[in-house]
Design a protein around this ligand. Sequence first.
Ligand SMILES: [Zn+2]
Length: 181
Amino acid sequence: MSSQGGGGRPKLLWKLDIDCPACKNEMVIEEYIHNIPIIGRIILSSGECKSCGFIYRDTRMADSRGSQILKYRVESGEDLNTIVVRAASASIEIPELKVKVNPGAASQGFITTVEGVLQRIVEVMEFLKEDEEVDINVWEERMDAINKALQGKLRFTLVIRDPEGVSKIVSNKEERLNMYK
Ligand SMILES: [Zn+2]
């Protein structure tokens, strides 16, 4: 094994002072670079606000490719295992399931699989169920479709809109479009 850059442990790049997304007080985050086989070089950021306890986390590719829209067509249960690096600044959309998750101030970047993305959507859906404004019939219909997708019984397209171009779908089926022509 090589000792430099070829995998191994995350290496601290720097510490940054940022404004806490929750309370706006200054907080410190640490950024690490980590070279992961298959995925590539990623930057991991984390920190905790001393004023309010907010936990900041982000995961993004070390190299930006400019504002991009990433698309991935899920055609089988196997495709659900594809690894996804979703940066905090990116939104997630699945047109066939009529779901969209926008990046909020408290949004966190993460590495997961397509299945993991769906499970996060299920969490958001469970949260929405408590909302009185939500039509329960529409909710159930949508949840049904999400569950079918989780079982690999529904084809769908995962769309990641990433203004910073630091997200990645780790597959040769990944399609990339420039966000601004
Ligand atoms: Zn705070």
